[in-house]
Design a protein around this ligand. Sequence first.
Ligand SMILES: [Mg+2]
Length: 240
Amino acid sequence: MWIILVRKTSRSSDRMEKLVLFDIDGTLIPSLSMGVTTRVLKKYFGVEKHSKIYSEGKTHRQILFERLKEIGISDPERDPQFEEAMAYYGTAFREATEGISIAQIPNVELFIKGLLAEGIFIGILTGSTEDTAKLKLEKAGLQKYFKFGAYGDKIMDRNKLVPIALEEAKKSTGIDFQKENVFVVGDTVRDIWCATAGGVRSIAVSTGKETFEELKKEKPDYLFKDFSDVKAIITKIRAG
Ligand SMILES: [Mg+2]
């Protein structure tokens, strides 16, 4: 008797697995204004001018792009210095935070441990460059929990980061996560937009610079003031 094996696109067990993708600034650590882009601009473009551009939730690539547009560079990504300047973010961050330790957002480590205890996978989804992200997490004592992530080195638009995070999650875990089981946790409206654009769920927390009311207007799937009730958030993730 012949048996024909049909390869399914994902294992049935993959359909059950949950994944939580964490923003960094304002979510895992306080939203820092360390003047990193200012350092990058000074070194590569000789610019010291301060900017009023709102940067919360944007990728480092978008932030640098907008700052260069602001000083009159019409096509920043084609500037010969642009990629080198992007690659310098990690070093600039290291220099800016020399001797400074970085705090964790209260209770967030407890939340991470709670997720892992439930067998829920976690990853990073941030606008920071990869080097910068890892330094931030290391300084806050959180890098040990994260094995993969999507970062803001190559991607201008944060809304495009979910598919990259899912690809990285698959490479790292072998699991083809289903979008309804994936959650983006973040402190800005851009985290909510990014989750919506990526077809996954959003968990907004007002632990950064944007208020509970500002986040509420963007209709996240779940909204919390902070991580004070870790059990309640995990219950939503398990049920959602
Ligand atoms: Mg943030």
